[in-house]
Ligand binder design. Structure first.
Ligand SMILES: [Zn+2]
Ligand SMILES: [Zn+2]
Length: 148
């Protein structure tokens, strides 16, 4: 789903501010990768982003897209989702959760105060240092439901 113009403007401002704070240049490649990710809440992977951009930017390698995305994760303007071999990226840094379709794998952003307020169990410290909790709701999306 495409995000509203206001949301996109806000994300682009956050992007510029974060790079500036880190003393990093806003290169055309960084700008293109972030804009591609920020304009839709579809949580694409690096390969999908690269596929969309390579026509306009033939010099852009998949490797650069990966490194750029992980840089954004470090800067806190993008979240990574899923396992490392199929990792996807999310430019929505507002508190939110996901609905994942178990048929097609599509993911949708959902907003829910009750989910935001989840208390983390203390045993998590045995696994590592927890930063935040995001709920993943599993189901079948409308598109897949209508295809039955
Ligand atoms: Zn689906
Ligand atoms: Zn999301």
């Amino acid at each position: 789903m495409r995000v509203s113009r206001d949301k996109l403007t806000k994300r682009m401002e956050e992007f510029r501010a974060a790079l500036k704070r880190a003393g990093l240049k806003i290169t055309p490649q960084r700008l293109a990768v972030f804009a591609r990710l920020a304009e839709e809440d579809s949580h694409p992977g690096a390969r999908a982003i690269h596929g969309k951009l390579k026509k306009k930017m033939p010099g852009l390698s998949l490797d650069t897209v990966y490194r750029t995305l992980w840089l954004f994760v470090d800067l806190g303007i993008v979240e990574n989702m899923g396992e490392i071999d199929g990792v996807r990226f999310d430019a929505n840094t507002e508190p939110h959760h996901h609905f994942i379709c178990r048929k097609c794998g599509a993911s949708f952003d959902i907003y829910c105060r009750d989910f935001d307020d989840l208390k983390l169990p203390g045993e998590l410290s045995e696994i590592g240092e927890a930063m935040k909790a995001m709920v993943e709701v599993r189901g079948i999306c409308r598109k897949c439901l209508s295809r039955k």
